[in-house]
Design a protein around this ligand. Structure first.
Ligand SMILES: Cc1cc2nc3c(=O)[nH]c(=O)nc-3n(C[C@H](O)[C@H](O)[C@H](O)COP(=O)(O)OP(=O)(O)OC[C@H]3O[C@@H](n4cnc5c(N)ncnc54)[C@H](O)[C@@H]3O)c2cc1C
Length: 465
């Protein structure tokens, strides 16, 4: 036990379980202070997440109190300016868990060098992943670009490694403060009407993440492979925002799921595998954070059309499954994966609007926004990513609706204007016959583009590259 203070930089890790940095700091120091750096600019971009983060800070602060650990929030314009001041201080050691974005990993190196130069002990731990991104490589040392062999190797590697035995956090002797200029989370709490709705759907806490995982394993994982594509059902885990903010570690998910044997478990863990794959991709190919992974798409003739982009964002395209998805996103901060693919495809293929616009809007609205998954998800949809859906495979939003929301329950939930429309017309309300015309609320728009024309136009654009 050392006399100096242990500082823990919290990023996306609002949990006690498998929080290596926190556990190690509490083991080594009598006095530990955790801190969260609030960078306003980041949340101008990732607006919805501000709600989740504020709720998490509030909850986690109370929890850390029980361990005599203070959680201090500090506002800063840049991480660098904050740390440059910290380098001047003495008598502390610092700990944090990695986040797997190239800029963060590069910054870790910068910090480590500077802390060491100033004789401050700095310990960096594995973050919320199964494997470090560079642990899984082909035999020749090059990175995987295709998911299936990546995951086969990643899974094998992880199992051979035998996951670290879980350690428990110890209670510190005394609660102390460390930083001078701290802020209360209330000072940054977003009081926008928009966020009020999220309270109906989510409770951001570690306990709730565990509860959701347990429920999913007991009630739904067996049917995951069959039901995961139907947005009107609760077929997936809905754990993504908890994973993003570290309220649950993917090793815990792995361990709990593997207590039962079922094909649903393999399918589900493979989705966790996609997350690992995406982290590996953005680190090996960081150019994809700025643009297309596949350079040939740099010449793609995207169109600029703010009217159509706004109709898409607002869920007013006239295609019910697309509109339902966009409204689910706005209301809950989350969207079903099948529908993410449908709305994404509609934006980039039917409207020919650059995937970057879609990525930006998702970044603003998603509670589970994660740079690796969002960038890769969008490039998968647009056809310009690694192991992506080919551009020429164009989702038909009517058939997608009829296949994955056959009775229109999902559409009716999110698009009230269509609640009275008979099943037969629910995914193509423009075809409604005279007999039923009064069932269609006149406020619902006509399709902003004709499907067949848009399909041909997209194929023609693709031919140009
Ligand atoms: C255009 C687009 C953008 C996306 N943006 C994000 C994003 O910003 N953040 C995000 O976490 N996911 C993103 N995804 C992936 C996926 O849609 C969500 O992870 C999933 O819908 C979350 O719901 P769930 O927790 O119920 O998933 P489940 O089906 O229960 O899966 C469990 C976990 O596995 C991971 N996962 C599942 N599907 C994928 C996938 N296709 N790619 C990578 N990881 C996956 C997530 O961590 C998820 O929580 C995006 C997908 C697309 C097509």
């Amino acid at each position: 036990m050392t006399k100096n203070i242990g500082l823990v930089w919290l990023k996306d890790d609002f949990r006690l379980k498998r929080n290596l940095a926190l556990i190690e700091a509490a083991k080594n120091h009598d006095q530990v202070v955790a801190f969260y750096l609030y960078k306003k600019k980041k949340f101008d971009d990732q607006e919805a997440q501000k709600w989740w983060v504020c709720e998490s800070i509030q909850e986690f602060k109370k929890k850390l109190n029980n361990y005599n650990i203070n959680l201090e929030v500090i506002a800063t314009d840049t991480y660098k300016s904050f740390f440059e001041k910290l380098f001047q201080k003495k008598d502390f050691s610092i700990y944090w868990n990695k986040t797997y974005e190239p800029n963060y990993l590069k910054f870790d190196e910068f910090l480590k060098n500077n802390f060491e130069k100033n004789r401050i002990k700095c310990s960096i731990f594995k973050g919320n992943v199964l494997n470090e991104f560079d642990e899984v490589k082909k035999n020749d040392g090059s990175p995987f670009k295709v998911f299936t062999p990546f995951w086969r190797n990643a899974e094998k590697y992880y199992m051979e490694k035998i996951p670290t035995k879980e350690k428990k956090i110890s209670k510190c002797l005394k609660k102390i403060s460390f930083f001078n200029k701290t802020i209360n989370y209330r000072e940054i709490y977003p009081n926008k009407q928009w966020f009020k709705k999220f309270e109906e759907y989510w409770i951001p806490s570690e306990e709730n993440a565990s509860k959701e995982l347990k429920n999913f394993i007991v009630k739904r994982i067996q049917n995951y492979s069959d039901l995961r594509n139907f947005p009107y059902l609760l077929g997936t885990s809905k754990l993504s925002p908890y994973i993003k903010h570290g309220q649950i570690h993917v090793e815990t998910i792995w361990e709990e799921c593997n207590k039962i044997k079922h094909k649903g478990v393999n399918k589900f863990l493979a989705e966790i595998g996609w997350r690992e794959f995406n982290h590996s991709l953005i680190n090996y190919f960081p150019h994809m954070l700025q643009g297309n992974y596949s350079k040939k798409f740099d010449k793609f003739p995207w169109m600029k059309n703010s009217k159509l982009l706004t109709a898409w964002k607002k869920g007013l395209t006239g295609y019910p499954i697309v509109d339902a998805g966009m409204r689910e996103l706005y209301s809950t901060g989350w969207m079903h994966n099948r529908v993410r693919m449908i709305v994404g495809s509609f934006l980039v293929k039917h409207l020919l609007i650059h995937w970057i616009e879609g990525e930006k809007h998702f970044r603003k609205c998603l509670l589970d926004y994660n740079e690796a998954n969002n960038i890769s998800g969008w490039q998968w949809v647009a056809g310009c990513g690694a192991d992506a859906a080919p551009y020429f495979r164009i989702f038909n939003p009517i058939l997608q609706g009829e296949r994955f929301d056959k009775d229109g329950d999902y559409v009716k939930k999110w698009v009230p204007e269509l609640r009275k429309v008979p099943k037969k017309f629910i995914h193509k309300p423009w075809e409604i016959n005279d007999e039923n015309i009064l069932m269609l609320n006149k406020d619902y728009p006509s399709p902003v583009v004709n499907h067949e024309e848009a399909r041909l136009r997209a194929l023609a654009a693709f031919k140009k590259i």
